[in-house]
Design a protein. Structure first.
Ligand SMILES: [Zn+2]
Length: 79
């Protein structure tokens, strides 16, 4: 009967070891969360508002946030 107890103990040990092994490793150095790509910010030459390069409207004397600002800026330039 002693062997049965030993067997149970061994089974328990292997069971615990198996659990530990199957558990995913603790991430020692967690990857930083994906950050949004830093977008180039441009400044509207008329009002100074910062806007992503994809939304900037190129014009005379710089980029603009809207066609209205581009028009007024270009008008001021005397173009
Ligand atoms: Zn503007």
């Amino acid at each position: 009967m002693k062997y049965l107890l030993l067997l149970v103990l061994l089974a328990l040990v292997f069971f615990v070891l198996g659990l530990k092994r199957s558990r995913p490793r603790e991430p020692e150095s967690r990857k930083p969360p994906p950050v949004a790509q830093p977008q180039t910010m441009l400044r509207c030459a008329e009002c100074g508002m910062h806007l992503p390069v994809g939304e900037a409207l190129p014009g005379k004397g710089g980029v603009f946030c809207s066609t209205a600002h581009r028009n007024s800026h270009e008008a001021r330039l005397g173009g």
